[in-house]
Design a protein around this ligand. Structure first.
Ligand code: ZN
Length: 499
């Protein structure tokens, strides 16, 4: 009997769907395949050193037919705002797919991996699915690239640097190395410490940071962020950049380049196929049930979908330093954190959530009134800032906290604004200005507590954001149905055949 995946491939990889389908991925017979309309590749993965604790992989291309759709893996494609803006809606021959072989392979390690993963094109606009001008989720250079800025004790002050390889899974090992620990303590990590950014001599001499603060600007495009800093729109982020090192080609998120899998990758140092939060939603074949992790109803319990034995930077720090306190603000991926907003929610603790966005500090009023999400996430981020400032002050909601060795603060406004108007819109700029003001509050709290110069601060995002083309809409589902396939499509692109 024919493999139904081949029937689906024949439909998906066709001139008709070429405007919206970049590449289709699958795993079979111990190898991985990527198929595009103009060619395909089959490759294999082997450990470089089968005995090593951290897996470093070697990829061998077995067969290329036509053009290798994953052949261009340049990490610096469209780095810099000019390069991005002058190449809007890049097609597959112009785009690049950083770490593509590693990204494809990790996905299919998950027990609930889809039969086929459809990667949409850079221009695809999900108009019929309530889509936005700004989009992400693909392997393409702009959608997978997040900003990365790091500064403070134990960190090199090299300014803007080019061509440094970095993935989000490298962050947790980097935090552990900054705090003087062997990153080997992080169990099952895919990432490596970003040694290029660290001052190893200072750390080994005991002059590393006493505290590390991580700031996540959800969905923030690095080209746009760095341009906003250069334009004077983000003075607090500018102060971090002036005092540290910034990756011009950013830090690369894991496939699928969407929110919750990548928040979890940052905290665990593992790719989604290895920590278990495979996507914002997926299908569990064993239970015959849909799993939704990234929604307001499920954020508080999302980490129950972690694969057994998954470690985190919080847990590793507590093992290395018994009694060490870590805090995680507004972050569903809170595995092992000493303080967590979502832990308070799980325990039914009443929190002081602002009733309205109007009148809150660092708020662009012209977007708060007409754009509901802008108002909602202004309230969310104000609430997060309040928590971070209070914890750094030593007490929140009547509970005393020690100074956190690691404090993580998740800001959400940027994602909603970048989706709403696209990365090159005024609302996106406004979200950077507002978030920069809130970051200023966190930095001021460090100053008041007298630990600013003993704290390393880094800033990242969970994925990139690219301007889609409203003229390129549509969906692959009708074509699959017309081919007689019973397909379950989870989170737009995870296809489960004959579920
Ligand atoms: Zn996100």
């Amino acid at each position: 009997m024919a493999d139904p995946r081949d029937t689906a491939l024949a439909t998906l990889v066709s001139p008709t769907l070429e405007p919206i389908v970049e590449v289709v991925l699958l795993a079979r017979d111990g190898a991985y395949e990527a198929h595009a309309v103009d060619g395909s590749v089959r490759f294999r993965r082997e450990p470089v050193d089968p005995g090593a604790p951290a897996c470093e992989w070697r990829f061998t291309v077995e067969e290329v037919t036509g053009r290798n759709p994953l052949g261009d893996q340049a990490i610096d494609r469209f780095a810099g705002l000019d390069a991005e803006v002058s190449n809007r809606f890049p097609d597959r021959t112009a785009n690049a797919y950083p770490y593509a072989y590693e990204q494809v392979a990790q996905l299919f390690d998950h027990p609930c991996a889809p039969d086929l993963c459809v990667v949409h094109t850079a221009s695809h606009h999900w108009a019929d699915q309530g889509g936005h001008i700004g989009e992400h989720g693909s392997l393409g250079a702009v959608q997978c690239r997040a900003p990365f800025i790091i500064s403070g004790p134990g960190v090199r002050r090299d300014g803007m640097v080019e061509g440094v390889e970095a993935q989000l899974v490298d962050i947790a090992p980097t935090v552990l190395a900054l705090l003087g620990h062997d990153p080997e303590v992080l169990d099952g990590r895919d990432g490596e410490p970003l040694h290029r950014l660290l001052d190893a001599d200072a750390i080994s001499a005991g002059d590393g940071p006493a505290h590390v603060v991580g700031l996540l600007l959800d969905g923030c495009n690095p080209n746009v962020l760095y341009d906003a800093v250069a334009s004077g729109d983000a003075p607090n982020i500018a102060s971090l950049m002036a005092d540290g090192t910034t990756l011009r080609s950013g830090i690369v998120s894991s496939l699928p380049t969407v929110t919750l899998p990548n928040h979890t990758s940052i905290i665990t140092g593992r790719h989604p196929g290895h920590h278990g939060i495979l996507h914002n939603a997926w299908w569990d074949r064993g239970r015959g049930a849909q799993v939704i992790t990234n929604s307001p109803e499920t954020w508080a319990t999302a980490m129950s979908s972690l694969l057994p034995g998954t470690d985190s930077v919080h847990l590793a720090l507590q093992r290395c330093e018994p009694g060490a306190f870590t805090a995680s603000v507004n972050e569903p991926a809170d595995h092992g954190a000493g303080y967590s907003t979502f832990d308070l929610l799980r325990r039914g603790v009443r929190m002081e959530f602002p009733h309205t966005a109007e009148g809150l500090p660092h708020t662009t009023e012209m977007f708060v009134r007409p754009v509901k999400d802008y108002a909602t996430f202004t309230q969310v981020d104000h609430h997060g800032t309040t928590q971070a400032v209070a914890i750094l002050g030593g007490s929140y909601l009547g509970v005393d906290y020690p100074l956190p060795r690691f404090l993580w603060v998740n800001f959400a406004l940027t994602d909603s604004a970048f989706h709403e108007g696209g990365p090159h819109s005024e609302i996106a700029r406004a979200s950077i200005r507002d978030t920069d003001g809130r970051i200023g509050e966190v930095l001021a709290a460090l100053q008041r507590r007298g630990i600013r110069d003993r704290t390393a601060v880094f800033l990242c995002a969970d994925h990139g954001m690219e301007e889609s083309n409203p003229a390129v809409g549509g969906d692959w589902s009708p074509a699959l149905a017309a081919a007689g396939l019973d397909v379950r499509d989870e989170a737009f692109g995870f296809l489960y055949l004959d579920p």
